[in-house]
Design a protein around this ligand. Sequence first.
Ligand SMILES: [Zn+2]
Ligand SMILES: [Zn+2]
Length: 325
Amino acid sequence: MNLDTSAVNVDTLPDYAPIPASSLGPAVNEQGYYVGRVERNLYWVTDGVYQCGFLTTPDGVILFDAPATLGHNIQRAIDEIAFANGVSNKVNYLIHSHHHADHASASSLFGNDITRIGHEETRKLMLRDNDPNRPAPEETYQDSRTLEIGGERIELGWHGSNHSPDNSYIYFPNHDTLMLVDVINVGWVPIYSLNLAVDVPGYIAAPDVALGYEWTHLISGHMGKLGSREDVETHKEFVNEIRDNLTQIFTTFDPTAYYQHYWPNMWASVAEHLDEVARRACAPLAAKYAGRIAAVDMDSFVLSTAVWILESLRLDLGLGIQVHP
Ligand SMILES: [Zn+2]
Ligand SMILES: [Zn+2]
């Protein structure tokens, strides 16, 4: 078998709409990161795509996620802040939002002498994945847990599965901040299949859970900006519009022609039918959200997201599922 491994020809690549300036964050430095204060001793670090956070405390630094793309830049960012403020730069705690390698694989850079904390399912999944870059957290919690470290308060909450089964809400009540990763890509559309959501109803409900907390700043794990409550509302509006468009088209559109035309190739009928519903549901989005959300013209992300929501409408909510008479 010969697989095509040839280099891509950039002249044949498609063009996309310009990225709204409001979707981009501060410029990164020479090493490729930006570190900024969220509030008081809470900071965030980004490379423009991934984000993590950290608190400087008298008990050392508490790190929130360790994205692979930030890697050694995490300690560089901490050193920069710690040096400027005359506080410890030693990471003593790492709190994980969820088990995924992209947000956790710089963990091992901080050695074995730190306390790792995460949801019990995060521990189970990291043990299963057995990746030396991200040792499983030894300290876990089930539904909620309040941490008091170095005089700072951190409230961990698990409100059901969404993007992943183990995604935690990390709340900083004294910093007016929530960290919720891989649900809202601030200023950008969700990537493939609704940000790869393993639980679509849980993912669609998550922004309201987030808004149920009191906060001004959102550390969303992506992209180059901190989020606001308005960013969460824009994300909600976009995802709800896809869901509502799908519902309207799916329940009124007559697909009989596909099933007659392709019989007995049932998969051709299903694919053509559902893909067409998804295309029609997404058709108005690019014009409507241009300038508000980046990459709304990107079919691979937006259409796969619509197909995934449509399957959830059918399978989770029973839309259009008919019991044979
Ligand atoms: Zn993830
Ligand atoms: Zn992510």
